[in-house]
Design a protein around this ligand. Structure first.
Ligand SMILES: *Cc1c(COP(=O)(O)O)cnc(C)c1O
Length: 365
């Protein structure tokens, strides 16, 4: 068996010890005589799995008591609709657009606002600048009456990230799509009304989405909201109104344990800073590759880069694959390359990528 260094943006690489443990437990979980995929979600075995997963996530992110953790389905995209259905309440919401994902979230909310009897406002967009930076607080005229303010804190396609320090002022509850950088750095959950993240970037298998929501935001859903999409109903039922994505929750739980064993989020952050610095420093000094995102807005997780000449892209990808470095092709809307270096990517993988890039530039420069 040969495992490559997999730079996929998502579904993305998982920590090898997690995959090994899942493989070991595939046929018989802890003496249950069956695997996790085959057991009742209401039995005591699975109850212990979901409770432990939630407890570990709460510990990792220091989630305050007045927040609920929901394990839902439908991916982050479903949340683009579920958020206005649950939170708009006939009012108005403010949206920041800094890349493909926040733009999709805005479009979906815009589509639903009318039927929901509310409104959405685009309060800032960097689209005209090619989504090459985050928005600054001083360029936003936020509505203090807004039902919520939506933003994406890591734009997976454009490689633009903001941490807690770059957030807009909390004049209204902040709702953040953290799909591609959750658990990569400490987050002060109390600064957000709602955090959501699809699992397949930094948590586990696709199909699972995690929602962390402040309790006072529950119970505001529009009557148009399907029961299975009502946060309060899901919270009241421990995410089990219906069958939850059990296997995804189990693997997410293994990832949470693995993160704790690595030293938690402060340790992960240092590792992610080191990995990203290695790659950006090389790109900036290469004279052959370039990343066009403003330095202060650069993502530690998703690093798009262009070669000096696009005609070399295919040769670059073929050589990378031969060197065991896969899924580096950039998103079609941006072109070039993208290296996604989530928690599960070891620094050795980034070193191997930089070595390959150096060699390729020397041959073609
Ligand atoms: C991948 C991604 C999504 C979409 O996730 P799905 O699970 O495919 O719906 C949304 N937002 C961000 C930031 C993402 O990276």
């Amino acid at each position: 068996m040969t495992r490559v260094f997999n730079f996929s943006a998502g579904p993305a690489a998982l920590p090898e010890p997690v995959l090994r443990q899942a493989a070991e437990e595939m046929l018989d979980w802890h003496g249950a005589g069956c695997g996790v995929m085959e057991m009742s979600h209401r039995g005591k075995e699975f109850t212990s799995i979901i409770e432990q997963a939630e407890a570990d996530l709460r510990e990792l992110m220091a989630i305050p008591q007045n927040y609920r953790v929901l394990f839902l389905q439908g991916g982050a995209t479903q949340q683009f609709a579920q958020i206005p259905m649950n939170l708009l309440g006939g009012g108005s919401a403010d949206y920041l657009v800094t890349g493909t994902w926040s733009k999709k979230a805005f479009k979906e909310a815009q589509r639903l606002a009318g039927p929901l009897g509310g409104a959405v406002r685009l309060v800032g967009s960097t689209e005209a600048e090619g989504f090459a930076r985050a928005l600054r607080a001083d360029e936003l005229a936020l509505d203090p009456q807004a039902a919520y303010v939506h933003l994406c804190t890591n734009e997976t396609i454009h490689g633009v990230e903001v941490g807690d320090e770059g957030l807009p002022p909390a004049v209204a509850p902040l709702v953040a799509d953290m799909s591609s950088h959750i658990l990569s750095r400490p987050t002060d959950v109390s600064r957000y009304g709602l955090i959501y993240a699809g699992a397949q970037k930094n948590i586990g298998p696709s199909g699972l989405v995690i929602v962390i929501v402040r309790e006072d935001l529950l119970g505001r859903a529009s009557l148009l909201t399907p029961t299975v999409m009502d946060y309060k109903v899901m919270a009241d039922n421990g995410s089990m109104l219906n069958t939850p994505p059990t296997y995804g929750i189990y693997v997410a739980g293994l990832v949470f344990r693995w993160l704790k064993a690595q030293g938690g989020l402060a340790a992960m952050e240092q590792c992610n800073i080191d990995k990203a610095a290695l790659l950006y420093d090389f790109i900036d000094g290469s004279g052959f590759y370039r990343n066009t995102v403003e330095v202060g807005s650069r993502s530690r997780m998703n690093i798009p880069f262009l070669l000096r000449d696009d005609a070399l892209n295919d040769a670059f990808l073929a050589g990378a694959k031969a060197a065991g470095l896969t899924q580096l092709k950039g998103h079609k809307s941006v072109g070039g390359m993208r290296a996604s270096i989530y928690n599960a990517m070891p620094i050795e993988g980034v070193r191997a990528l930089v070595d390959y890039m150096r060699e390729f530039a020397a041959q073609h420069g």
